[in-house]
Design a protein. Sequence first.
Length: 404
Amino acid sequence: MKKIFIAAGLIFLFAACKNNKLKDTPDTKHAGHGDVYYTCSMHPQVMQDKPGNCPICGMKLIEVTKTSTAKNDGVQLSEQQIQLGNILTDTIQTGMIGEQMVLTAILNTDERKINAVSARVMGRIERLYFKNLGDYVRKGDKLFDIYSEELNSSKQEYMLALEKQKTLNNSIIDFTELVQSAKNKLLLWGLSEAQIREIAVRKTTAPVTTFYSPVAGYIISLDLSEGEYATEGGTIVRVADLSTLWVEAQVYASQLSQINNHAIATVQFPDLPGKQTIGKIEFMNPEINPQTRINLLRVNVANPGNLLKPGMPAYVTIKGKQVNTLTLPSDAVLRTGTGASVWVQTGKGSFKSIMVEIGMEDGDRVQIKSGIQPGDIVVIRGAYLLNSEFIFKQGANPMEGMKM
C-alpha cells in the first residue's frame, strides 16, 4: 500500500512535469486516436469505460485516451522525471547464489544428556533435598535420603567383617576377602568410597543413607515424594544437562529431496533478537507421519550460558548448493499471478518491461533463469513506479500478452 501511494504521488509530479513542457512524448489526450477510458490518479490500476468515482478511494475518475497506434510497450521519461522517481539502474551480472529453505522449529532437551537417578535398593524416601522442577543440581550434591532394611543389613555385615578381620586376623580364614566382598556389595548399591570409609572409622551406621547426584544439570522430573517407597531400580529424579539442545524442525515430504542430510544450518531465535548460531543436521526421521506428511529434522546446537531454553521457537535456515548464475535484487522483480517481469533500459530515458523466468532465492537476491542477458541494464529501484506509469499512460498492464 505504501508503494502505491508513493507511486501515485510521483505520477502527479510526472503530470506536473508534462504540464511544464518537461516531457519527451506527445500528449495523447488530444491526439484524436484510440478509445477513452477513465482511471484514478491515486489508483491507476482502476480502469473503467464510463466516468464515475474510484471504487477504492472515492475520488472522481479522470478521462484518459488510450492510443490505438502501434503498440507502445515502453515508457519514456525525462531526466527530471527519472530524478523525481528515484529510478536506479544497474547492469545485470553473474554471481554466486544458493537456494535456501527456512523451517519453523522448537528447542527441546537433548535426550542423550538426560540422566535418571534411581534407587538401587528398595526402601522409603525419607528426604528429598531438591523439591522443585528446574532446580539446578551440581555433581556431588545430596539428592535424597533412603531408609532400607536391606542396605542397613549390608552395612552391618561390612562392619562385622572388619571386626573379625581385626580380632581374628591370624586364623586360617582370610577375612580380607570377606571384607572386600562386603565392601563391593555396598559399592554396587551406590555408596561412595567416602561413605564406606566413614562406616569403618565410626564403627556405626545411620538408619538412613544419603545418595548424591552423579551428574550436574536441571531437575526435569521428580518421580517420588518424601514418604513414598522406592522399588529396586525405580527412578527418583531426572536431571538434564542443557549445555547443548536439540532444534527440531518440521519438514514437508515434498521438501526432503532439497535437503542435504549433512548440511550446515543457521538457527535464529525470535525471542532473542540478533542471536543466531550454527549447527549441523544430525538426524532426519526415516518415517514420515502419514496424516500430516511431515518429517522431523534435528540440529544440535551449543547453549553457552544457558540462554536458550527448551520450548523456545526457532527458525532453521538451510542453504543448498551454490551456483554461478544471473541474479538481481528482489526489488527489481515484479511478480504477479501469471509470472515475473523486470524493467530494462533500452535507451536514454526509455524503459521496457520484459518477462523473465526466476529461480531460487537467497536473501535479497533472485536468480534470473531466462528473459534477459548479461550486460542488460535493469531498473533495480523504481520498477513499481514504471509499471504504474505504464498503466496510467497505456491503460493496460505491460505483462498482458507476454509469454515466456
